[in-house]
Every structure is written in C-alpha cells, then in structure tokens.
Design a protein around this ligand. Sequence first.
Ligand code: SF4
Length: 277
Amino acid sequence: MLISEFDPWNSPRCTCPPKYSFGPYTGCSHACIYCYISAYVPWPFTARPKRQVVRRLARELPGLDRSRYLSMANSSDPYPPLEAEMGLTRRCLSFLQGQEFPVLILTKSDLVARDADLLADLPAAVSMTITTLDPRLAAVLEPGAPPPEQRLEALTALHRREVPCILRLDPIIPGLTDQEIESIVEASASFCGHVVASTVKPRPDGLARLRQTFPREMEHLSFSRRGTTRYLPEEQRRTLLQRVASACRAHGLTYAACRENVGGHTAVCDGSHLIPR
Ligand code: SF4
C-alpha cells in the first residue's frame, strides 16, 4: 500500500490525532545529519520516486476515513530537489483537487511555494521545519535542504495565498541551535499560526553523525533511552520547551511539543487544527 496509518513507532508519548502517512518519494536527499530514516530506509539520502504514485493514490483514497488527513510526508520530504523536474508531488496535489481530503504537508523546501495555487484550493496546511537561521550551520546540519532564508520566503508566499502555515522547530539541539529559539519563532510569527517543537531525540546512527560532526558540542549532551528513542534529561527538555511556549505566547501563536510528555500544549501537536475543514 502507498498510504499507511501513521505509526510513530508505537510511542506512548505521541499525541498526534489518527492520520495517514503518504510520501511520493522514498529516501530524502536533504540528508539532515540528525535524521532517523537511516535506521530503516535503504539508501536513505537518495530520493527516488515511488512507482505509479498518482494511480495508486486514486485507488487507495476512496477506502480511507475522511475524518483523518494525509500527512505528507513523514520518512521523506515531498519536495526533494528532484521534485522540481518530476512534479510528482504537484501531480498528487492536482489529483487531490476536488477530493476534499485534508492534507498536511511537512517540508524543509521552499519548492512548496510553487504549489501555493493548488494548496490554496485544498483543505491543506504546510508545516515548515526551521532549526536554525544561520545558513552556515544549516548547510552542515541539513546539507541537501534549501537555506533557512528561502524557507522563510516560502512561508511568506504561502501566507500571501492564505495557506495556513506551521513552524516545526525540530530538533532543538542544546549548544548548537537552542540559542536561536526565540529568533526563529519571531522570524516565522507573521506567517505561521502554530509552532510544534521537539528536542533532539537521535537514533544511534544520527547520534554518531552528530558526534562526528560536532564533537565538542555533543560531548556535553547526555541521553537516556526510552524504547527506541533517546531523550535529553527531562529538566533540560522542559526548560527548552518552556522557552518555545513563552515565545509563542508573546507572538500569539499556539504551541505544542512532539513526543515530549512535558505538557503545556495549547493546540493539537502537529498543527493539523489549522487545516480548513
Ligand atoms: S528532511 Fe526530514 S526525512 Fe529528509 S533527511 Fe531531513 S530529517 Fe530526514
């Protein structure tokens, strides 16, 4: 099946509403060094199109629960550079016109703004991840993804078309990106209605890449294991997330955290409440 039930590895800390997971591509050439897909996707950082995506989408959609929504995508980005030539995600969005099936786009790419015309006509919202505003740091953390400035420009363009937008502040890495929490929320506040934040929760291979790239900063971080996930100490996570919550309050944005279990949410975690219904 192309579309599956969203499964956050059975995490009891996941507060997402029931939703479907759907990605036109396998693998993700954004190649973020902290990414977890290298734990379970072969050739994780090479994006390649799935076969007969639009045909399979058309076949599977009628059997789905319409009170849920398509989360697009969770183990890849629907806008890898390849999408600029292939237009596969755009073809999916074109097919969804008139289907009245809600869609939540998750991306790190400004290419999403190309599809503002389609997204404005859909019950859709866009969740844009920004981890740092520093282009040099972003180029190391997320080497295949467009720089943060371009992501902000995409949010501006989407907002102009009245497409609801969400800031995904994920992951927050103490010593690397935490000093930017307030400035990232401020930079996005005019275009977004909601912020979802997450502290870094690396899988072993992502943690190894982080330690290799940032040995000095990572040396100060300790993690404890809970199921398949590694967590920073609770007090440290709570302090970081309280800063996000305060910044959101200051800008009139709703706030939630992803799989943190430290409370303080003022809306649905992934921002899907912003999808027009
Ligand atoms: S954009 Fe997401 S799926 Fe793609 S490499 Fe980065 S963290 Fe992984």
